[in-house]
Design a protein around this ligand. Structure first.
Ligand code: ATP
Length: 320
């Protein structure tokens, strides 16, 4: 991240990554309506690009890779990118600023990969640079946390622990170059519905969540077999209960040669950890042959939000 020091420009593009949870420990529902989390995030190579430019009124324009369904993404004030922009303006006391926000989506919507949070993080940094606001990293993280639990991690990237509601992030040592085959599903899963079902299934006596030490050691070792043995998601059982057909994706992934299969966040995206770069392409090929045409390869960890410069302007023909 790091706020910019360039002079004012006509437009700024910032890229933000998808997140996965290598460990998602969920505690009992608290009085404030939130579940305490102990999670390990990793940023992976699927991205949203957000381009902002000065304009008299706020507007959001969406474009996306061909197989992404954008129907459920709002283009009004409820879009997380607009909420982020508004929060930044309030923070700096700006009352007469507005922008055109172009979101080029590369992260499946409602897939448990935090695409909306990535857009919010990218918008915070892009507007900070466009208007040369010089917001401190601490303030960006705080603004992000108010927008959503996954937003601070989208700012930070890499591999990190997430405590509280997931918004208290801290970098974690990661000695690996990990390769993931990411298998999205056409129909998204509602995060609140999966948490509700977690409550129904777990009843009383849910222990406080914690990040396992052996997972920290596996990450530092860089050994994919060791990491595979440590992947865990408390939301996997409730999500599979709501969507039993996901089991086939897990089985197909292991049959295709993945070291482990894991649900991403609240799902329904399934993550297949592979031994190496050659292995992940073989697994992807096998998944496509098994009928999972949307399977893609993504490396991890990758950086958090950062400015990008296109050699050619982005294709805006599909804007809506
Ligand atoms: P969550 O962050 O709730 O766990 P997720 O990671 O599964 O969700 P997202 O792609 O972030 O999935 O989308 C969740 C919902 O947020 C969408 O269905 C959409 O209605 C809403 N939303 C608001 N703004 C955005 C945005 N910029 N991009 C995607 N979805 C957005």
């Amino acid at each position: 991240m790091i706020a910019g020091d360039d002079a004012t420009r006509a437009s700024v593009t910032v890229r933000a990554p998808a997140k996965i949870n290598l460990h998602l420990g969920v505690g009992a529902l608290g009085a404030g309506g939130f579940h305490p989390l102990a999670t390990v995030y990793q940023a992976i190579g699927l991205y949203e690009d957000v381009t902002v430019s000065d304009q008299q009124d706020w507007s959001v324009h969406l474009t996306g890779e061909a197989d992404l369904d954008l129907a459920d993404v709002p283009v009004d004030e409820s879009n997380l990118a607009v909420r982020a922009a508004r929060a930044l303006c309030v923070h700096h006391g700006l009352t007469d600023h507005a922008a055109r926000i172009e979101i080029r989506k590369g992260i499946p919507v409602a897939g448990g990969l935090a695409g909306g949070s990535a857009d919010a993080a990218a918008t915070l940094l892009a507007l900070d640079r466009l208007w040369d606001l010089r917001t401190s990293d601490e303030d960006l993280l705080r603004l992000g946390a108010d927008l959503g639990s996954d937003v601070p991690f989208a700012l930070l990237g890499g591999t990190a622990t997430g405590l509280g509601r997931g918004e208290e992030v801290a970098p974690l040592e990661d000695g690996g170059d990990w390769w993931w085959c990411v298998v999205p599903h056409a129909e998204g899963l509602s995060t609140p519905a999966v948490y509700r079902h977690f409550d129904e299934l777990s009843g009383d006596g849910v222990p406080p969540p914690a990040v396992p030490d052996e997972l920290r050691r596996a990450l530092a070792s860089g050994d994919p077999e060791r990491l595979a043995a440590q992947l865990h998601n408390d939301l996997q059982a409730p999500a599979l209960d709501l969507r039993p057909e996901l089991r086939r994706t897990f089985d197909d992934g292991v049959a295709a040669g993945a070291l482990a299969a894991l649900l991403s966040g609240s799902g329904p995206t399934v993550l297949l950890l592979c031994a190496d770069q050659a292995g992940v392409h073989e697994v992807r090929r096998a998944m496509v042959e098994a009928g999972h045409e949307r399977a893609v390869v993504a490396p991890g960890p990758v950086p958090g939000v950062h400015e990008v410069v296109y050699e050619n302007a982005p294709d805006t023909r599909n804007l809506r």
